[in-house]
Design a protein around this ligand. Structure first.
Ligand SMILES: *[C@@H]1O[C@H](CO)[C@@H](O)[C@H](O)[C@H]1NC(C)=O
Ligand SMILES: *[C@@H]1O[C@H](CO)[C@@H](O)[C@H](O)[C@H]1NC(C)=O
Ligand SMILES: *[C@@H]1O[C@H](CO)[C@@H](O)[C@H](O)[C@H]1NC(C)=O
Ligand SMILES: *[C@@H]1O[C@H](CO)[C@@H](O)[C@H](O)[C@H]1NC(C)=O
Ligand SMILES: *[C@@H]1O[C@H](CO)[C@@H](O)[C@H](O)[C@H]1NC(C)=O
Ligand SMILES: *[C@@H]1O[C@H](CO)[C@@H](O)[C@H](O)[C@H]1NC(C)=O
Ligand SMILES: *[C@@H]1O[C@H](CO)[C@@H](O)[C@H](O)[C@H]1NC(C)=O
Ligand SMILES: *[C@@H]1O[C@H](CO)[C@@H](O)[C@H](O)[C@H]1NC(C)=O
Ligand SMILES: *[C@@H]1O[C@H](CO)[C@@H](O)[C@H](O)[C@H]1NC(C)=O
Length: 477
């Protein structure tokens, strides 16, 4: 059963008067702002400081556990123009209120994997029937509980790169089962619909089979259809083109998609430093007419050398040229075109599963595995644990870490810009620091901060506003 910590509950009450992004919803093949209806495209980055091997549950540390770390990185993402962050490995027993509140204040959404690499924390791609069990689904539901009350939770990945070979034809059935269970849990326990999708490796011919299988409409099991599809794509390297990268093939393949499709990872690093010359293509037609943006792999430099920044052991940050290059590319995006919805895309409905022709050895059976009674019980009654109820106020906006440009100069004037209600971040807006502005108009140094200030992040719990609005918000929980 869900229990409340009183301090966290205070944060929830504050939230109704605090700054917040508006939830993102799925509308046909577009993501849209759930209130204004404007189209939303991801300008994003994968975020896993410490790398995938850095996940150590029980240590009390994950990418969203330390407010001062999140503040440092959210400032650098905000000035770059990022509006979405993907995080792979999270510990649902940690209270992520501070970090979620900071990213929210920065206008940044999060798309979160419900899995981890640990045993019983993801589907086993070669024996999914073994891993689809009560212990696994308990962890999955705990992740949903840990993030469902934050408006900047954009969606959950029910699975990541589980179908990488077709030696196990039944695997897609289990992904549909997990998707169904997560969607049913959200429908029962969250106050809004949170999209649930899949993140695929770029492996042919499995890619389109996977997409078609997971995205089709099943009359007797409507909840097992994915809400969005992420593709991990590394086919544009160096100064590739629309055709040499195969992006033209992707646009053709996904042209009629009935769910939002985006790059859940991109950014080939065969040629270094990366210039991200694919960015203008991703965010203009015809590509943006089909795809909803993408997430650069990845924020921090790890052994595989995909980082935008180097995080040093003392917590200071060295910006790589890749980070500067990415900003230059983001600044070329036509922001108005980005939010214009495509009428033919928002009206689409999914094809019937009966019409799907598989080209690989993956199953074409749509007998989605039945749910164990223990899983049904968690969906009915909730899952054990203590979970946050909503945002806390962000009061500290100063960059405490030392941040250096690629030439070794120190970047000053860095600060979190707390956005007004219903705003999300975009390139060139809300930048801070001596180098962060869009096309040299302003220097953005309104409030230069000491880069060495030993300030630590604080959440302000001292204000206890029991307004009518807060009570209404409380009552609906
Ligand atoms: C979440 O977004 C909805 C829709 O904009 C808004 O009504 C609600 O107050 C927001 N909740 C919080 C906690 O910010
Ligand atoms: C995984 O879960 C199953 C069933 O819930 C349980 O029997 C098994 O011991 C778990 N394995 C590990 C390594 O925790
Ligand atoms: C709208 O969608 C159609 C069909 O996918 C596509 O041909 C067209 O280019 C899109 N238009 C825009 C403006 O994105
Ligand atoms: C399907 O599996 C069979 C038997 O393992 C194999 O011979 C065949 O090449 C596979 N087909 C595809 C399209 O992978
Ligand atoms: C639902 O329909 C599919 C496709 O017709 C079928 O394979 C499956 O057995 C059905 N499931 C149930 C529970 O009836
Ligand atoms: C701005 O960024 C460039 C590229 O990293 C760097 O060479 C330059 O020193 C920076 N200028 C200032 C004033 O920070
Ligand atoms: C963020 O950028 C938007 C668009 O330029 C602007 O209206 C808003 O005032 C900025 N907010 C802050 C806190 O800088
Ligand atoms: C700023 O934009 C103008 C007009 O689009 C362009 O001529 C100029 O080169 C740009 N400056 C920089 C520094 O990007
Ligand atoms: C917390 O909020 C109260 C009331 O708004 C304010 O007086 C106080 O200065 C704030 N504390 C911090 C640390 O921001």
């Amino acid at each position: 059963m869900v229990q409340l910590k009183s301090a966290v509950a205070v944060g929830a009450l504050l939230a109704s008067t605090a700054y917040a992004v508006t939830p993102v919803a799925v509308h046909g093949s577009d993501f849209v702002n759930a209130v204004s209806g404007a189209r939303f495209q991801m300008i994003g980055v994968a975020y896993q400081p410490g790398g995938s091997s850095g996940f150590n549950p029980g240590s009390g540390v994950d990418p969203l556990s330390d407010g001062s770390v999140c503040l440092r990185d959210a400032i650098l993402m905000q000035r770059a123009g990022i509006n979405t962050v993907r995080i792979y490995n999270l510990d649902p027993s940690i209270d992520h209120t501070q970090c979620m509140s900071i990213f929210n204040a920065a206008g940044i959404y999060l798309v979160l994997d419900v899995n981890s690499p640990l045993p019983n924390e993801s589907l086993n791609r070669v024996a999914p029937w073994e891993s689809y069990n009560e212990d696994y689904m308990k962890r999955v539901f705990q992740i949903v509980e840990a993030f469902k009350n934050f408006n900047n939770t954009l969606g959950f990945f029910a699975a990541n790169e589980v179908i990488n070979e077709d030696s196990v034809p039944a695997t897609p059935q289990y992904i549909r089962a997990v998707t169904r269970d997560v969607k049913d849990y959200i429908a029962k326990h969250a106050s809004r619909t949170i999209p649930v999708g899949y993140s695929a490796a770029d492996v042919r011919p499995l890619l389109m089979d996977t997409f078609n299988y997971l995205g089709c409409d099943l009359a007797n099991d409507t909840q097992s259809k994915m809400d969005f599809f992420g593709l991990n794509s590394y086919s544009w390297c160096g100064d590739a083109t629309y055709t040499t990268s195969g992006y033209d093939v992707l646009v053709n393949d996904f042209a009629d998609t009935a769910v939002p499709v985006f790059f859940s990872e991109y950014g080939c690093n065969n040629v270094k430093p990366r210039t991200f010359s694919e960015v203008p293509t991703i965010y203009s037609t015809p590509f943006s007419g089909v795809f909803s943006g993408g997430l650069v792999y990845e924020y921090s430099e790890e052994p595989n050398e995909y980082g935008l920044v180097v995080i040093n052991s003392d917590g200071s940050v060295d910006l790589k040229v890749d980070y500067v290059n990415l900003i230059d590319q983001y600044n070329k995006i036509d922001l108005t075109a980005l939010t214009a919805a495509n009428g033919s895309a928002t009206g689409r409905t999914a094809p019937s599963c009966g019409s799907i022709q598989m080209t690989s050895n993956l199953t074409n059976s749509f007998a989605v595995p039945a749910r164990l009674s223990q899983i049904q019980d968690m969906i009915d009654n909730g899952v054990d644990g203590t979970f946050p109820k909503g945002f806390a106020q962000v009061t500290n906006t100063n960059e405490a870490a030392t941040v250096k440009n690629p030439d070794g100069s120190t970047l000053t004037g860095l600060q979190l810009r707390i956005l007004a209600n219903d705003q999300s971040n975009l390139p060139g807006e809300n930048t801070s620091g001596t180098n962060g502005t869009r096309n040299s108009t302003a220097t953005g140094t309104n409030a230069p901060q000491s880069t060495n200030a030993a300030t630590s992040f604080q959440v302000n719990f001292s204000t206890f506003v029991l307004g009518a609005l807060a009570l209404a918000f409380w009552a609906q929980l």
